[in-house]
Design a protein around this ligand. Structure first.
Ligand code: HAM
Length: 421
């Protein structure tokens, strides 16, 4: 038997409602902040991601689904959306249409990571990118949107961590200090961190190795190396969040796994899921648009992992959706009433009632059981003596009350059921 590929998941009908619930909350929040939806292709030229996210990052060096298509072009399934959104922004010259763009998305992403709870190879993100302003208000709003969506999903057990990576010149100075600090400790670092010392020194902060962590606990902090403007920007963002009653924790070790960040970075960490606890990550990327060939414009954004968030919701039992219901189930009392039942179902559906009928020629008892299982508010029993009088029995499944209704007056049934909706 062929099974789904490890790290990919089917979303079955019983789970779709949760997904739709989340998606509708995302859309509602994005509309409140006047973000417009954007959809980009599932795959792009590989160079977009290697230039955008950074050659030395784990995503680009180890995790992308990259292949050469029949024309010899190297393409990759998108591992994230920021690079794609920026590509679309530049390609369609959106900067000429407006000075400031606020875009959001909900989309599958692909990373060939080792699958585990909360870590998939095809996963889904919702996210937002605000392109064109360097105002700290935008950084704050991006974090507020992410926070609001998680709160609206009923989540409580999470923490927002925030940091500033400053600008490249101040960061280079800081990296120099970090190199000095680690110089005589290099032999004690894990093999991975030794490699990172050369390729991407800041990422040593992400090491899970105990010794690495102890060593990094004593490392100098990047916040001491920020230039004045970056420091002021960071203070402003924190101030705005505090005024908005969004609590954040400063974590100078938060370096993020993508190379494009400048200034603000943040992550939202859940305490209700396992090791893969980052529900959301983002920050400012003021240089990316120019780096990908556009005019220099500042930008900031975030993305959140839907599977992880739904896992947190499940563990915190934060979502209680009403059971699904039918308006009416048509029970066929005699086998020969098929055409009549079909015609009535068509009429009721045309008039907006969620209507179900029996397709399996089941007994009356089995049809009633099915109506119950489907939480039908009403049952219409068609056939028997009533049918000879051109009538049928309408049963209210909650109260058990029954009444005779005339089949020529289906409008009456619709009104009756609509009135209790
Ligand atoms: P990221 O931190 O790589 O950032 O991903 C954002 C979120 O996607 C993570 O916090 C996590 O919830 C989810 N995620 C990532 N990888 C996986 C996986 N393998 N399985 C399940 N969930 C996963 C970005 O993608 C940036 N584009 C965010 C951004 C937008 N920065 C600025 N604008």
């Amino acid at each position: 038997m062929i099974k789904a590929i490890a790290g990919t998941k089917d979303i079955l009908p019983e789970n779709i409602r949760l997904w739709k619930h989340l998606e509708s909350l995302v859309e509602k929040e994005m509309v409140l902040f006047n973000f417009k939806e954007i959809r980009t292709p599932i795959f792009e030229e590989t160079a977009l991601f290697s230039h955008g996210i950074g050659e030395a990052t784990d995503i680009v060096s180890k995790e992308m689904y990259t292949f050469t298509d029949r024309s010899g072009t190297s393409v990759s399934l998108k591992p994230e959306m920021t690079a794609s959104v920026v590509r679309a922004f530049i390609e369609h010259e959106l900067n000429k249409k407006a000075n400031f763009y606020k875009l959001f998305y909900i989309s599958p992403m692909f990373r060939q990571e080792r699958p585990q709870a909360g870590r998939l190879r095809q996963f889904h993100q919702f996210g937002a990118e605000a392109i064109g302003s360097n105002d700290p208000i935008v950084d704050a709003e991006i974090i507020i949107i992410a926070n609001n969506i998680l709160k609206n999903l009923g989540l409580k057990n999470f923490e927002i961590k925030i940091n500033s990576l400053g600008i490249p010149t101040s960061r280079e100075k800081y990296k120099e200090e970090l190199r000095k600090y680690l110089g005589d400790k290099l032999d004690s670092l894990s093999e991975d961190s030794k490699k990172r010392f050369k390729t991407n020194i800041l990422r040593i902060f992400d090491s899970k190795n105990e010794t690495d962590r102890k060593i990094m606990a004593g490392a100098p902090t990047i916040l001491d190396y920020l230039d004045d403007e970056s420091r002021e920007h960071f203070e402003n963002v924190k101030q705005l969040l505090s005024e908005s009653n969004v609590p954040v924790t400063v974590d100078h070790k938060l370096v993020r796994g993508l190379d494009y960040y400048t200034n603000t970075t943040f992550e939202i960490i859940s305490k209700s899921v396992g090791a893969q606890s980052a529900l959301c990550g983002g920050g400012r990327y003021n240089l990316l648009i120019e780096q990908l060939g556009g005019k220099p414009v500042p930008a900031t954004g975030f993305a959140a992992g839907i599977e992880r968030i739904l896992l947190a919701c499940e563990n915190e039992k934060s979502i209680n959706l009403k059971d699904e219901e039918l308006d009416i189930y048509l029970v066929r009392l005699d086998k020969d009433k098929k055409d009549k039942v079909f015609a009535i179902a068509n009429f009721l559906r045309k008039n907006g009632l969620i209507t179900e009928l029996d397709y399996l020629l089941r007994s009356v008892k089995a049809q009633m059981r099915e109506a119950n299982r489907l939480n039908s508010k009403y049952v219409l029993m068609i056939g028997g003596d009533e049918f000879l009088r051109n009538a049928a029995v309408l049963k209210n499944m909650q109260s058990g009350e029954q009444e005779e209704v005339i089949l020529d007056n289906l409008d009456g049934i619709v009104k009756r059921i609509e009135s209790v909706k």
